[in-house]
Design a protein around this ligand. Sequence first.
Ligand code: IMP
Length: 181
Amino acid sequence: MAADMHQNLEILYTRQQIAERVAEMGAQITRDLNGEKLVMVGVLKGAAPFLADLARAVNVDATFDFVATSSYGCGQRSSGAVKLIKDLDEPVEGKNVLVVEDILDTGLTLSYLRKHFMQQRPKSLRIATLLDKPSRRIEKIEADYVGFSIPNLFVIGYGMDYAERYRNLPDICLMTPDHPE
Ligand code: IMP
């Protein structure tokens, strides 16, 4: 690992751009909730930084919960099937749920999760994703709140990984095939 993790990395969105967009999303979510309580459900691990920032940008009475699904594994390819590795700690029946995800890509993960959560009859269920790659969609699903819509690029940083690395980069960067190991 290079001493500077940012070396040779192309930044797609700077930490400042992310912060500004997250603040806007938080304000929008606050308006839409109209003073009601919220359960923010983060999809581990990638959504952790986004959830932490978004939670502080919403001005509502909020609690956190987390789920984990099977992910891309060690590379850029999805296995296709979604498996729930960690379920909610508390049922969300009758509650306003905001699912917080890092990237909406093929839509397989969020379609699976939406179906899973809807079985518990929440009062409302909305989705916030920091990034959206609409061109990659397999399942018909849209997020209610989208940070940035991007083309088919593989990104890392601000929670997003390549083989579990780079999640702690403060900016969202492009993963290029010739990136040094
Ligand atoms: P989906 O089920 O195909 O929508 O995939 C969602 C998950 O795939 C995201 O939560 C990410 O963990 C992962 N993913 C998709 N695209 C990228 C990317 O560009 N970089 C890192 N992870 C990604």
